[in-house]
Design a protein around this ligand. Structure first.
Ligand code: PMP
Length: 471
């Protein structure tokens, strides 16, 4: 009961002097990811800026974890949340439905052009992936001619699909899996990423590289027994772990064809790459494929409330409806009215403000500017991205592509250096596909309503940070 709220008035802007950098966290009761260091305290936000308790305005070039796609202070979303709070804050969706969940699910299903027929709304990307794995397994058990032998999943090396034991098992984040290997299911098998910078052979064309990756998937099906595979899971555009790698043309289509040939489901994880981040509402729209199950999160609620979803195609929904008639999975906060009302408003704003063309236009500009200003930097090995989702991969030597040793924590240094008051930019660090085999990278993911002036500032500040850290 003694909690003293933060005073609402903003402190005076930081002068640079007296600015607290990340400090000892002995005085904090929060369990942070970094246990020995207390992160900067954010007390406010304004458009693309985060404001610290020292009054420093940090240019948020990453929307947190590619989340805050409308910026940090859209009053229209605040109002929608207040309205829903006043109607009904919480409804248990095992007993009841609510208008906010109905409305949101309807616009999500409609946004797929009817390709998906229902939305299962949860609170985090991890939960959406977990639900997709469970739904895929239940589907094969409830087909009119059940296929309970389908117990294997195939995903990609160096992928990240979440942190609970099921979603962690589906991914291949080596560092986060390490402690838990013994209790992760052994029924997940991994194939290569589509990662031209390091894995396309010299002399290989896009077509032959894609054919090689499809053959690798085919071989994996054959070695497991094609009718034992439940689903293939991949991010439409590789995000956090590999660092903003768009799929090559024809790649996802070729992977889906392998799944179809063997009757396995094709699951696309669009937690990070979906809901507009790559320039279309669904990243798969640019790939000439439609998933059977699709996860969405981050840009769905733009951070105004925790929310994620699993979109499910008609065939899977019909199978479960005619089977046991229930998804064998339920969560207390599914379809949460306040989160749904926030996400509904966010999605309306993306439409009404016509933000997707801006994502494409500003995204192209960001890519061009990065190449222009940093393309010849001896430590920037690769610049890649799509929409407002770009990464730079850092190397010691551009010729050999030799990464920095993971112990140097280059990406993390770029992030912390960016937070110094003279730069005041938040960059998203990633280290070497999480297992040090690739170079460190930083991702950029500005809000969908960003401006040319902001993009100029992002590239200018990021360049200075890179010069300070890498010379
Ligand atoms: N899948 C992908 C592709 C992600 O990028 C993430 C988060 N970075 C997750 C799943 C997990 O989402 P969350 O952190 O919301 O649980």
């Amino acid at each position: 009961g003694d909690y003293e709220p933060e005073p609402l008035a903003m402190p005076a802007p930081a002068t640079g002097k007296g600015f607290k950098s990340n400090s000892d966290n002995k005085d904090s009761a929060v369990l942070y990811h970094q246990l020995r260091q207390k992160p900067l305290n954010i007390v406010g936000g304004k458009g693309s800026y985060l404001i610290t308790d020292d009054g420093l305005e940090i240019l948020d070039a990453t929307c947190g974890a590619a989340v805050s796609c409308l910026g940090h202070s859209d009053a229209r979303v605040h109002e929608a949340i207040m309205e829903q709070l006043q109607k009904i804050p919480y409804v248990y969706s095992l007993y009841f439905t609510n208008s906010a969940a109905e409305g949101l699910s309807k616009i999500l299903v409609d946004s797929t052009g009817g390709k998906m027929s229902r939305a299962f709304i949860v609170s985090s990307g991890t939960e959406a992936v977990e639900a997709s794995v469970k739904m895929a397994m239940q589907y094969f058990r409830e087909l009119p001619a059940p296929q309970p032998q389908r117990v294997n999943f195939i995903s990609r090396k160096q992928s990240y699909h979440g942190n609970t034991l099921g979603s962690l098992a589906v991914g291949h984040h080596v560092a986060r899996r390490a402690i838990y290997e013994n209790i992760l299911t052994k029924n997940v098998h991994h194939v290569s990423q589509c990662y031209p910078y390091r894995e396309m052979k010299s002399g290989e064309t896009i077509e032959s590289y894609v054919a090689r990756l499809a053959q690798e998937l085919e071989d994996k099906f054959q070695s497991l027994g094609p009718d034992t595979v439940c689903a293939f899971v991949a991010e439409t555009m590789a995000g956090a772990t590999l660092g903003c790698v768009p799929p090559l043309p024809g790649y996802l289509k070729a992977m889906k064809e392998v799944c179809e040939r063997h009757g396995a489901l094709f699951i696309l994880d669009e937690v990070m790459s979906g809901m507009g981040r790559t320039g279309t509402l669904h990243a798969w729209e640019q790939e000439n494929v439609v998933p059977d199950l699709q996860t969405i999160a981050k840009g769905l609620g733009a951070g105004y409330a925790p929310i994620a979803g699993l979109l499910v195609n008609k065939h899977v929904v019909d199978t479960l409806t005619q089977g046991t008639g229930a998804f064998a999975h339920s969560q207390t906060y599914q379809g949460h009215p306040v989160s749904c009302a926030a996400a509904y408003k966010v999605q309306r704003i993306i439409q009404e403000d016509n933000l997707l063309p801006n994502v494409r236009e500003m995204g192209e500009y960001l890519g061009r500017l990065l190449r222009e200003k940093l393309g010849s930097n001896p430590h920037v090995g690769d610049i890649r991205g799509r929409g407002l989702f770009w990464a730079m991969e850092f190397v010691q030597d551009k010729e050999t592509k030799e990464p920095y040793p993971p112990s140097k924590k280059i990406a993390w240094m770029l992030h912390t250096t960016g937070l110094k008051p003279e730069y005041a930019i938040s960059l998203m660090p990633g280290n070497g596909g999480a297992d040090g085999v690739n170079g460190d990278h930083i991702c950029l993911a500005p809000p969908y309503n960003t401006t040319k002036a902001e993009i100029d500032m992002i590239v200018d500040r990021a360049s200075k940070v890179i010069t300070e850290v890498l010379g």
